[in-house]
Design a protein around this ligand. Structure first.
Ligand SMILES: Nc1nc2c(ncn2[C@@H]2O[C@H](COP(=O)(O)OP(=O)(O)OP(=O)(O)O)[C@@H](O)[C@H]2O)c(=O)[nH]1
Ligand SMILES: [Mg+2]
Ligand SMILES: [Zn+2]
Length: 279
């Protein structure tokens, strides 16, 4: 039989298909395999997983497979970490996964939403202003979720669980802001929840879904760089320190959001340093 892993514990896998729910183990050939992930489609018989099907996407932190869309939740409190968001967008673009930026807690003001619209207009992500508390714009968000396995990402306490509860009348545990100060996350294990044709991976308070990307490849995952990069003087321009760089020129004149560009340069440098550590 074929099913999809909806959650897992130590050598205990919970799969689901149209006919029901199954508690599985990894025996025989699969024993000791640590790379069976939430989201994986598996073949099983007699309670044992026999095979993992090829994945359409994969993230390493948190480990989830076959996600088709990411809803990245942001809020004014806690303040957004745009560096994390940029990393998430790079990983998502690399894995071919679409991103919706859900700016939550709009009952507290529109400043962050306006900033996100400015900085991410060319990023390829869709941007929605929502409020779990007031129920604002949740219909639009729900529509996005329809028919796609969606991962909820975002810092702890931005309101991921609250949004799920408000959209689907569930009662996932909701933490308070003080929980993050103590370093505790409210959601502790990745879990796929099904609500009609909406299927959601609620991940433990992780800020990003990450994959590994080479420093020189990061630029390919910034859609707003694509057109101007044809005008850079040097072929293979990384848009960081080369002269006559069109991307840099547009960032300096504000036509590419400058802060997002500067974070890109930072991301590039960090990826380079990290690689050097291992050389
Ligand atoms: N004002 C306001 N507060 C909200 C809104 N949505 C959630 N909150 C509050 O934000 C806090 C965190 O909400 P959670 O839903 O637990 O956040 P989370 O992103 O699931 O957090 P983790 O599970 O730790 O990753 C709670 O105190 C919520 O009541 C909103 O739309 N407006
Ligand atoms: Mg949560
Ligand atoms: Zn360039």
């Amino acid at each position: 039989m074929k099913g999809q892993i909806v959650t897992l514990h130590v050598n205990e896998y919970f799969a689901e298909n149209e006919s029901g729910n199954y508690r599985l183990t990894a025996r025989g050939r699969m024993k000791g395999k640590t790379d069976i992930l939430v989201g994986d489609y598996v073949e099983f018989a007699n309670g044992a997983i026999e095979k993992v099907y090829p994945r359409t996407s994969q993230f390493i932190r948190p480990s989830v497979a076959n996600v088709q869309q990411i809803v990245a939740v942001l809020s004014s409190e806690p303040k957004p970490d745009f560096f994390m968001l940029d990393k998430l967008l790079v990983s998502a673009n690399k894995e071919g996964v679409s991103v919706v930026l859900a700016v939550n807690k709009n009952d507290l003001g529109a400043e962050i939403y306006e900033k996100v619209k400015r900085e991410y207009a060319g990023s390829g992500a869709e941007i929605l202003s929502v409020s779990a508390a007031k129920g604002d714009n949740l219909g639009a968000l729900k529509e996005k979720l329809s028919g796609k396995l969606t991962a909820l990402a975002g810092q702890s306490a931005v309101g991921k669980s609250s949004l799920v509860n408000a959209m689907f009348s569930t009662s996932l545990k909701v933490g308070d802001l003080s929980a993050i100060k103590r370093g505790k996350h409210t959601t502790t294990a990745s879990h796929i929840y099904s609500f009609g044709d909406c299927r959601i991976v609620d991940t433990p308070g992780f800020a990003v879904l990450e994959t590994d990307v080479e420093a020189e490849d990061i630029r390919f995952y910034y859609p707003e760089f694509e057109t101007p990069s044809a005008l850079c003087k040097f072929r293979g321009c990384t848009h960081t320190s080369e002269p006559y760089c069109e991307v840099k020129r547009l960032a300096e004149s504000g036509r590419i959001p400058e802060e997002r560009y500067l974070r890109y340069v930072e991301l590039f440098k960090k990826a380079k340093e990290k690689r050097r550590e291992y050389e």
